[in-house]
Design a protein around this ligand. Structure first.
Ligand code: HEM
Length: 468
């Protein structure tokens, strides 16, 4: 009943800053979860000038994010500055519709979606990159390796092949990944500007913005060169080669005349977006998986035994996952206990939204607090405990509960879910059949720092060959 609907409850807001003083930037996801315990699964809070509704119940979140009125992205200074409403991740709704369709079709064509024609091409590409990782790890002969660098190189090789093209030299794509990493780090420093844009005039923030501008211009110039170079070639039709995103876009462009969506500037933003959205998130998820298995040796051993007995020396394929329930449960448990995108990606109410007895007013930012959903003690028994068996039923089969939402939910949920799962599973399944993962330090550190993703502290691990 629209007339009886009330605004969600919430804490008092101070003038100007609202409730920003209640949030520690590195632990905002925990602070917001505490507030949910006090104000309930849907509450209102003002962050600087941004009116926000925080949702921490999976059913409510589904109801809201399934609605077309919740498909917007809020205007936040930093993201507006980087994305300009173009591309896919942070684009305006009119651009988003076309780009989402284009990217979904593209991922299907390369074998990066659940239902894809050409599965082998991408699996082969990923396998080649895992083999490079194995080769690198072997060269360390059992001494400690800085995990983040090595995993970034593995994921980056695949994402740059997909989104920059096969011909992009390795050193160039490595530089691009490094630059993106800088942008992600800066986005954390620049965080408060999102809510109090006038801060950009303070020297500390002005400096961040100018460094950012410099890096971002270089990234755009680089992608421009990549597009020019790739556009010379016609689509490669060989069975085992990956279709190129640039060719696919050009083809689409040629079917439409004078288009504000299929132009080269849009393509540039789209490529940077895909490259950015896919690399950091997947790397972070793999880092957590490796660290949790290094810490919980018994779980690691159980996963290894399952892999060895089911695969029997065969190279893992995505289709094997359904016969590996304990492995799948372990990957799901890591995705729950260390929610990579802890505060989700914010949505915007494009119209008034009515859900249960609440009204979310037009132009309110909607924050999907995925961390709180994954840590809800009413849903998960002892949520702080790392326990893969919670995803197994009485027949020891994997069950995917509806409360597990690491990729969010609704029409704007992660478009790369399947690709991410491929990158994580094919990597872990190969590594665990060859190596035992051990900590270099006396104790693995599982504490998290929150930026755009929930990051582990940098640390070294050892990969010991199990045959020796
Ligand atoms: C484990 C790794 C990943 C995690 C945890 C993750 C998580 C997420 C989440 C939570 C969102 C926000 C959805 C929303 O707005 O409600 C998102 C959006 C997105 N992700 Fe991922 N993601 C991952 C990997 C990837 C990969 C590999 C790709 C590339 C193929 C990708 C591409 C995107 C894009 C383009 C969006 C924006 C979708 C849109 O606005 O329509 N992600 N992701």
């Amino acid at each position: 009943n629209k007339r009886d609907a009330a605004l969600p409850p919430g804490p008092w807001n101070l003038p100007l800053i609202g409730c920003l003083h209640k949030l520690d930037p590195e632990r905002a996801y925990v602070n917001l979860t505490k507030l949910a315990q006090k104000y309930g699964p849907i509450y209102s809070i003002r962050l600087g000038k941004v009116s926000t509704v925080v949702i921490s119940d999976h059913k409510l979140l589904k109801k809201v994010l399934m609605k077309d009125e919740a498909l917007g992205r809020p205007s936040l200074y930093f993201f507006d500055y980087i994305c300009r409403g173009k591309g896919i991740t942070y684009s305006h709704i009119n651009v988003w519709k076309d780009q989402r369709k284009f990217i979904s079709d593209f991922l299907r064509s390369v074998g990066g979606a659940k239902v894809s024609a050409k599965k082998e091409a991408l699996e082969n590409e990923i396998r080649r990159s895992v083999e490079e990782f194995v080769y690198l790890v072997k060269s360390y002969e059992g001494s400690g390796i800085l995990l983040a660098e090595a995993v970034t190189s593995y994921v980056g090789t695949v994402t740059s092949t997909l989104f920059l093209g096969k011909s992009c030299p390795r050193e160039d794509s490595a530089k691009a990944i490094q630059a993106l990493d800088e942008v992600v780090k800066m986005s954390v420093v620049a965080g408060p500007i999102n809510f109090l844009p006038f801060l950009r005039f303070l020297p500390m923030y002005a400096n961040v913005i100018s460094v950012l501008q410099n890096i971002w211009n270089k990234m755009h110039n680089f992608v421009n060169e990549v597009i020019k170079y790739n556009a010379q070639f016609s689509p490669d039709e060989k069975e085992d080669s990956l279709p190129s995103i640039i060719n696919a876009f050009m083809q689409k462009k040629s079917t439409r005349n004078s288009d504000e969506i299929y132009n080269l500037e849009e393509l540039r933003y789209l490529i940077l977006d895909m490259f950015g959205a896919s690399t950091e998130t997947t790397v972070t998820s793999i880092l957590w998986t490796v660290l949790y298995l290094a810490k919980y040796e018994d779980v690691q051993e159980k996963v290894r035994q399952e892999l060895l007995s089911v695969l029997n020396g065969k190279t893992p394929q995505m289709g094997d996952l359904e016969n590996l329930p304990y492995t799948e449960a372990t990957l799901a448990e890591v995705a729950r206990i260390r929610t990579t995108v802890a505060m989700g990606v914010p949505h915007l109410a494009l119209e008034d939204i009515y859900v249960e007895n609440f009204k979310i007013q037009k132009n309110t930012m909607i924050m999907p607090l995925l961390w709180a959903i994954h840590m809800n003690p009413n849903v998960w028994n002892e949520p702080e405990e790392f326990r893969p068996s919670r995803f197994l039923n009485d027949e020891r089969k994997f069950v995917q509960p509806e409360e597990l939402l690491p990729f969010s939910v609704g029409k704007r949920m992660c478009v790369g879910e399947h690709l991410a799962k491929m990158l994580i599973f094919l990597f872990m399944a190969t590594i665990l059949q060859t190596f035992k993962i051990e900590s270099c330090e006396p104790e693995i550190d599982l504490s998290a720092v929150c930026g755009i993703t929930l990051l582990p502290k940098p640390q070294k691990v050892v990969f010991k060959n199990i045959d020796k």
